[in-house]
Write a protein that binds this ligand. Structure first.
Ligand SMILES: *Cc1c(COP(=O)(O)O)cnc(C)c1O
Length: 479
């Protein structure tokens, strides 16, 4: 159909221009919200417009406000790019427009998810018969896994939480590390546990849970007989540190009714890289796992993955049943595994990314990003008041800019660090955000993109050193 041809050809060209630009454009836009807003038509059209014009106008207005996060010098948060096959698969996901809730609403989508799920389990060394759900992100994957945990530990205590809710239920003991990701406690909140009820276990200098302290907490006579859920993590969002998963598994599995969850939103993928998989040792002994595909597997937003060892608990807490919903007898109904009904075929990008990378390509991507993180650390550490605050075990680097004249002055170091972050962001060569680590302001660098090269790191280091030099000379106002 001619209309489709013109529209999709034009759209493909716009997409190609964008993708070709992300290497060299400013990483963060320099227009403010007011200017960006003014670029979009503000009226609600009475009559519909030509679709190609709609798309051209949309792209023209949006492009100045796009962040080059698919590009090689974006180091903010933990945001991966997208490998080419996964972008193309995402286009097809929209063109196919399948409701990937039920097998009967899209057999192909159900089967693609099944294959993608199996590949993720194989790549990470988790049990092949685990239950897998494709969610919007690690936030909702944490929700699904912790719902399964809630279901199982309460069932073992004689309580059906799906039928009866939490009012009147036996109390559940929740245990997390002091450095737990905010989305895990958010999930506990959504599950009716309250966001602040979990016992928080102290961490070591790199942010990993201390196994001794966990053992002590688990042995607390006041609570030791309660149904227990422990949420550990593989990959601290600031430092990349891994909780000691083997020791934690030993401790948790010594209890009569306890569940171990591992949030591995990005660290999970270390299991797929031979030189890094020692970090995830013991991870396979947990009861549930969360990861993101849209971070380090480098697929487009959005896709998180919930994995539960005994599928029945994930299905029991997440499955939706109603008379008109024709449950497949044998085949996978994708919505049984996440808190969704109608849903996007989210497994398709995962399928394409894994097939195009292969086991080897994925391992190389993960290992390369970690080597580049170490390159950042080695290039910066020791230069004019700069030090690396974390042990760079994975892809995360925390950079501190002390005042060279007064290295012990915390307030001066905080001011200089914030000034450098602001100057680097203004410069536009790269983008990194800030954080606070053990009371010190720090620049937070996450290398999570398949496109990043040594040259990109070196250019970024130059940008950081320029900003640091300027901040030393007092040219920049403290922010
Ligand atoms: C990013 C992240 C999350 C949240 O993931 P979303 O994809 O943003 O929902 C949870 N836990 C950890 C450790 C993370 O890094």
């Amino acid at each position: 159909m001619d209309d489709w041809d013109a529209l999709l050809d034009r759209t493909a060209r716009i997409a190609r221009e964008w993708l070709a630009s992300v290497d060299e454009r400013r990483v963060f836009p320099d227009s403010d919200a007011e200017a960006l807003r003014a670029g979009f038509p503000q009226d609600l059209p009475e009559e519909g417009e030509d679709p190609t014009k709609v798309i051209e106008d949309l792209a023209r207005a949006a492009t100045p406000g796009l962040v080059a996060s698919p590009g090689p010098r974006y180091f903010g948060f933990v945001i991966g790019g997208s490998v080419p096959a996964s972008v193309a698969a995402d286009w097809l996901t929209s063109a196919w427009d399948q409701n990937a809730g039920l097998y009967v609403s899209s057999p192909a989508s159900s089967l693609i998810e099944e294959i993608a799920a199996r590949s993720v389990l194989e790549l990470s060394g988790l049990p092949r018969d685990a239950g897998v759900g494709f969610a919007t992100g690690a936030t909702m994957a944490n929700f699904a896994c912790l719902a399964a945990a809630r279901s199982k530990v309460l069932d073992a205590a004689g309580w059906d939480v799906e039928a009866n809710g939490l009012v009147g239920a036996p109390p559940v003991r929740l245990i997390v590390g002091e450095e737990v990701h905010a989305t895990a406690t958010y999930a506990l909140r959504l599950l009716g546990f309250g966001g602040k009820t979990a016992v928080r276990i102290p961490v070591d200098a790199n942010g990993a849970m201390q196994a001794d302290a966990l053992r002590e907490a688990l042995a607390d006579p006041a609570t030791r007989d309660r149904p227990t859920i422990v949420a550990a993590q593989a990959g601290n969002v600031n430092t990349g540190a891994f909780d000691p998963l083997g020791e934690i598994a030993d401790a948790v599995h010594g209890l009569p009714n306890a569940w171990l969850h591992v949030d591995g939103a990005f660290g999970f993928w270390a299991a797929a890289a031979p030189t890094l998989s020692h970090l995830t040792a013991g991870m396979e002994r947990a009861d549930s796992w969360t990861t993101d595909a849209h971070k380090w597997l480098n697929v487009p937003y959005d896709c998180g993955i919930a994995i539960v060892r005994e599928p029945t608990w994930l299905a029991r807490s997440m499955a939706l049943t109603a008379a008109y919903l024709l449950a497949a007898d044998r085949e996978r109904d994708p919505y049984d595994w996440v808190a969704e009904g109608s849903r996007r075929a989210r497994g398709t990008t995962v399928y394409a990314a894994i097939r195009s990378l292969g086991r080897r390509g994925l391992a190389e991507l993960i290992e390369r990003d970690c080597a580049l993180a170490r390159r950042f650390a080695a290039s910066l550490h020791g230069r004019s008041g700069i030090r690396i605050l974390n042990d760079v075990v994975l892809n995360q680097v925390l950079v501190r800019f002390d005042d060279p004249a007064e290295p012990g002055d915390v307030a001066a170091g905080d001011a200089r660090t914030k000034a450098v972050i602001a100057a680097v962001q203004r410069d536009g060569t790269m983008w990194a955000g800030g954080t606070s680590w053990h009371g010190l302001a720090a620049m937070r660098i996450s290398v999570s993109n398949w496109r990043t090269t040594e040259a990109d790191v070196d250019r970024s280091v130059d940008s950081i050193l320029r900003a640091a030099t300027a901040a030393t000379k007092g040219k920049l106002p403290a922010v």
